[in-house]
Design a protein. Structure first.
Lengths: 261, 389
């Protein structure tokens, strides 16, 4: 996806982390707020702009996504946790507010159960990764790529500007194929994490769970899995919003900001 | 043509009784509902197809080729070794070619054992190929397409170790650990049955064939591409110290022979259409599961999409692929021309095309056995004599 999809306020930094060239988008001043994105950044990060008024917003691009380098050896959530430990050390981030969306929510939860001292406050936005009683929800692999974007939102106009005019745009297809391949290394065998529920009791920092009421990728009942497993969690849902709740509903963005302040 | 001419007959064993509304389904693979499989009709088809495989040996073919696919009407050979085992006691000289089971879809020791069993049972008539498997196989099997190539390479490594080193040995890999790699039985042929790689021409796979000294057969690629791949293999293999022999380059040709060109086309084209339009019909997503292709390859294939899988024009297919449909004279001439160009003497004949009825398959195999194979053999023998003088 073209880099210009990101608002100009965000500066692009490059850090070499354990040999891997890692792109980090940074904007704003204040205490650090780290955002772990979902399984793609093509829908931009405009939603994060309001946060930059109060925080130094840091959005690292996961290896294998967008224009970040890939490392085929990263095939386990542990590899991502270690990658971010290295990156946080490099950035001197001792204490952070951590927000994770979808795939990033799963990564953030995994990071936070191991780094309870480092993560001061945690927000999980439509997090993926837990297995429901029915068939696993949010199995992106079941969806033909061309059907995914419209499933992510309640109002298609919100993401339309980020999509190519030609649905068969080869560059866009290629970029998404690369990302879903990265995801497959983590999730093909099981599109959920069987170990994480065992450790979610460790999320003792103030934690908020955010969900779009019209989420069709990971329907709202998935929130119950998280609410049962996390000792104390503030749960907020938003109307007129699908999976991309932050992109669709400004109130969700503000609620996150308020919770983190 | 140098060396001994070799003719194989390859069958896909399709389930041909598709429901009337089958075109409403986007794919006859992966998610095509298996309620449409009627085991009674399936039984009749197995009986018929096994008879056709055996007929090939009777009329003069040198080898019988089977392969593996899953979740599809395209093929009833989810386990090709079972078919091989069924035909071994009913054949005497034919090579039994299992081309083959994707080695990463099976425990490697188990595949080494099964192939060794077939080789011993057939008194050394087995030949095997190692395909990566189509993208569709990864939607049907619990193997990660994103690590498929690495697992594939490791699996072949284990199988070759099991066949070539006295056991027990150990193997400590990224995917598999063997504390006692010691399969019984061992292959009849030494060091092991002839091996090929069958593929659609990804550079890594051709390179692997060259490195291992395996044969290579490109399938479902254009004629031009097949020629390039043969040249690439010849060059790389030589660099690895394995000069390629012509018989290592099986040339897959859809072949049909009849009394006249018009009759051959009238009898064959509808089945070629079924093969490309219905039996091969699937979706881009099923063809390319996540991580199965490089991004560059995905883009290349997306640009060519629909040319092969669905959307049929006989002229296009005839232009792009190896199709020899005509009189015996025409087919002889055509096969000899391609063999010369591809520098091979090994033909893999797709002579039971799509939903072709039994009588046409019998007619086709009989005419090929009677009027094509002996003449190509005779011409090659003359060529060899001339070359020797």
């Amino acid at each position: 996806m073209p880099a210009q999809a990101f608002p100009p306020q965000f500066k692009r930094e490059t850090h070499t982390v354990n040999g891997l060239k890692t792109t980090v988008l940074v904007a704003g001043r204040g205490d650090p707020l780290v955002f772990f994105h979902g399984a793609g950044l093509w829908h931009g990060i405009n939603f994060a702009l309001p946060w930059t008024e109060k925080f130094r917003v840091i959005i690292p691009i996961h290896p294998g996504f967008d224009d970040a380098d890939d490392d085929p050896a990263m095939n386990h959530v542990h590899d991502y946790v270690m990658h971010y430990l290295d990156l946080f050390d490099a950035l001197g981030l001792d204490k952070v507010r951590l927000v994770g969306f979808s795939l990033g929510g799963w990564l953030a939860a995994n990071f936070a159960v191991q780094q309870t001292q480092r993560v001061e406050r945690l927000v999980l936005v439509g997090p993926a990764g837990l297995r429901g009683k029915e068939q696993p929800k949010g199995d992106l692999f079941l969806l033909p790529p061309e059907e995914i974007p419209s499933l992510l939102v309640s109002d298609f106009d919100v993401i339309k500007p980020y999509l190519p005019d030609n649905p068969k745009d080869l560059d866009f297809m290629g970029a998404r194929y690369r990302e879903v391949g990265t995801l497959a290394r983590l999730w093909w065998e099981r599109p959920y994490d069987t170990k994480l529920p065992r450790y979610l009791h460790r999320l003792t920092m103030p934690t908020m769970l955010v969900w779009g009421e019209e989420d069709r990728l990971l329907p709202m009942q998935n929130a119950e899995l998280w609410r049962h497993a996390i000792p104390k969690v503030e749960f907020k849902t938003f109307k007129r919003a699908g999976h991309l709740v932050l992109d669709e509903n400004r109130e969700a963005v503000d609620a996150v900001q308020k919770f983190l302040s | 043509m140098s060396g001994t001419v070799r003719f194989d007959f390859m069958h896909f064993m399709p389930y041909v009784h598709l429901p009337e509304n089958h075109k409403d389904f986007h794919s006859t693979w992966v998610d095509f509902p298996n309620k449409f499989y009627d085991p009674q009709k399936g039984h009749a088809l197995y009986q018929r197809y096994l008879a056709e495989l055996l007929l090939a040996e009777t009329v003069g073919f040198d080898g019988i080729v089977v392969n593996e696919h899953h979740n599809t009407a395209y093929s009833m050979m989810a386990a090709p070794n079972l078919i091989a085992a069924a035909i071994i006691p009913q054949t005497k000289t034919a090579k039994i070619c299992v081309w083959g089971t994707p080695p990463n879809l099976e425990y490697p020791n188990r595949l080494a054992e099964e192939y060794a069993m077939l080789d011993v049972m057939s008194q050394g008539r087995l030949e095997v190929a190692f395909p990566l498997g189509t993208g569709m196989e990864y939607w049907a099997n619990p193997i990660n397409p994103a690590t498929a190539r690495a697992r594939y390479r490791e699996s072949i490594d284990i199988i070759l170790q099991a066949w070539t080193q006295d056991g027990p040995t150990t193997y400590y890999g990224d995917f598999y650990t063997y504390r006692y790699l010691n399969p019984w039985p061992r292959p009849y042929q030494k060091p092991h049955p002839p091996c090929y790689i069958v593929g659609t021409g990804s550079p890594e796979t051709v390179e692997l064939a060259a490195k291992l000294g395996f044969g290579y057969s490109a399938v479902f690629v254009s004629k031009t591409r097949a020629l390039e791949l043969n040249q690439q293999l010849r060059k790389s293999s030589a660099e690895h110290g394995h000069p390629v022999r012509p018989e290592q380059l099986p040339l897959q040709v859809i072949t049909y022979v009849a009394e006249t060109k018009e009759k051959a086309e009238a009898e064959a084209v509808e089945h070629v259409r079924f093969f490309f339009e219905d039996a091969l019909r699937t979706t881009p997503n099923f063809l390319a599961p996540p991580g199965y292709l490089s991004v560059a390859e995905l883009k290349k294939r997306a640009a060519l999409a629909d040319k092969l899988h669905g959307g049929f024009s006989f002229d296009n297919v005839n232009e792009s692929f190896f199709l020899a449909i005509g009189t015996a004279d025409q087919v002889v001439e055509q096969l000899e021309e391609w063999a010369a160009k591809m520098d091979t003497n090994h033909f893999n004949i797709l002579g039971a095309i799509g939903n072709m009825p039994h009588w046409k398959v019998v007619k086709n195999l009989t005419l090929i056995g009677q009027d094509v194979i002996p003449r190509i053999r005779a011409n090659a023998a003359v060529e060899r004599r001339v070359a020797a003088e």
